[in-house]
Design a protein around this ligand. Structure first.
Ligand SMILES: *Cc1c(COP(=O)(O)O)cnc(C)c1O
Length: 397
């Protein structure tokens, strides 16, 4: 059995499409057409050309020499932070805007947490001249002001979500509500490997370009395609899905997913879904999610808005249950420390999300000859304010 595709929309016992009646036609249309469209020469050539000339792919695979010395292994960084708009999210939005265009949809909606997916969606809508509405939690609007400004400058309308913790989960609820009200002309660009089938599988395939490039790059750097470890942070799980994809069915490669443990795994302020969650339905799919004993979704917390989500994509729930991937976690403080360490050692200021993946390097039994590939999912510009606060508090202590 392969982890690379669903069987009837399921990864093991996770996935499916748990959606209201009003969305059935819309989701069925996508399910019926997406594979076929993605396999047409016309789609492939436009997708590849945009990834190359617009996004700037292939993103480099960089041997971080000074970091390697300190961690005691050969550490390679997959530089998704160098993509246009600053993260891996653009790979997915380019693919989905090409699909939306071919399905004849004129109005695009999206949800966003850190604002990276919102920016990536507003970007491709500008590129294609399509209307763009982005739902974003009020809390996130406040802590990610530069990304809100970017979306507006790109011509998108940013609508605040004011329920719950006013973060990603709540923005997603609002986007789904919009979609139910406008099923005919609207295409919903989901930003991660979450949501009803076929989104998780589709987004995984669009992000799989990360490991496709990585294999070739590792071969030319090291003489072998397969690293010993592949590490990625997990919010919904799209950068991890893309980074794992071409290694999923090769048991020699150890897959390491890193979740956000916020103020501590059992502090009540965390977003480490596999460690704290149980099986349940969120945003249209059966997966693992953080919930109270009576099934209410728990408010997640992480210092990084991109990881602040109470669920996880169904692929990852399956990777966790089947033990194909190892799930670690990093706290806010461990992520901050990893981000400052990378900046000082390598001259790279990464996103707080990606810093969670780096923090896992301290938790693995690495050996000198081990080849370790870490997905550096995004750049740190959006997190500068958080980094500034950390430096201020260090100076006071
Ligand atoms: C959104 C985001 C993430 C988390 O999303 P995934 O779907 O889990 O990849 C991670 N890193 C960055 C930089 C992001 O913007």
């Amino acid at each position: 059995m392969s982890f690379q595709q669903t069987i009837n929309g399921y990864f093991g016992e996770f996935g499916g499409a748990f959606i209201p009646e009003l969305l059935h036609a819309n989701v069925a249309e996508l399910e019926k057409n997406y594979r076929q469209i993605m396999e047409t020469p016309d789609f492939k050539s436009e997708f590849d050309a945009l990834l190359k000339d617009y996004v700037g792919r292939p993103s480099p695979l960089y041997l971080a020499k000074r970091l390697s010395e300190i961690k005691g292994a050969q550490i390679y960084l997959k530089r998704e932070d160098l993509n246009h708009t600053g993260a891996h999210k653009i790979n997915n939005t380019i693919g989905q805007i090409l699909l939306a265009e071919r399905l004849g949809k004129k109005r695009i909606i999206a949800e966003t947490g850190a604002g990276q997916h919102g920016v990536a969606t507003a970007t491709v809508c500008a590129l294609k001249g399509l209307e763009c509405i982005v739902y974003m939690g009020e809390t996130d609007i406040r802590r990610q002001a530069p990304n809100v400004a970017r979306m507006k400058m790109l011509g998108a309308k940013v609508v605040p979500a004011t329920s719950g913790s006013k973060t990603l989960k709540d923005a997603t609820n609002e986007a789904i509500r919009d979609w139910i009200n406008n099923p005919e002309d609207t295409y919903y660009i989901i930003g991660s490997v979450v949501g009803p089938h076929p989104y998780p599988e589709m987004v995984m395939r669009l992000q799989s370009v990360i490991s496709q490039e990585m294999k070739l790059q590792l071969l030319s750097h090291t003489g072998r395609e397969n690293p010993d470890y592949v590490i990625a942070c997990v919010g919904g799980g799209s950068n991890a899905a893309g980074t794992f994809y071409h290694y999923l069915d090769d048991e020699r490669v150890k897959l390491v997913a890193v979740e956000a443990a916020g103020l501590g795994l059992n502090s009540g302020h965390s977003a480490a879904t596999t460690h704290l969650g149980r099986k349940g339905i969120i945003h249209g799919s059966m997966t693992l999610l953080m919930q109270t004993t009576d099934g209410q979704i728990e408010e997640p917390y992480s210092i990084s808005a991109g990881l602040d989500y109470p669920g996880i994509g169904p692929l990852h729930a399956h990777l966790f249950e089947s033990k194909r991937a190892q799930f670690l976690y990093a706290t806010d403080q461990q992520a901050l420390d990893a981000a400052f360490e990378l900046a000082k050692l390598e001259g790279i200021i990464c996103a707080l999300e990606s810093a969670h993946a780096l923090a896992a390097l301290n938790q693995l039994p690495l050996k000198q000859n081990d080849i370790v590939a870490v997905c550096l999912s995004g750049r740190g510009d959006k997190d500068l304010e958080t980094y500034m606060k950390q430096m201020e508090s260090n100076e006071q202590n």
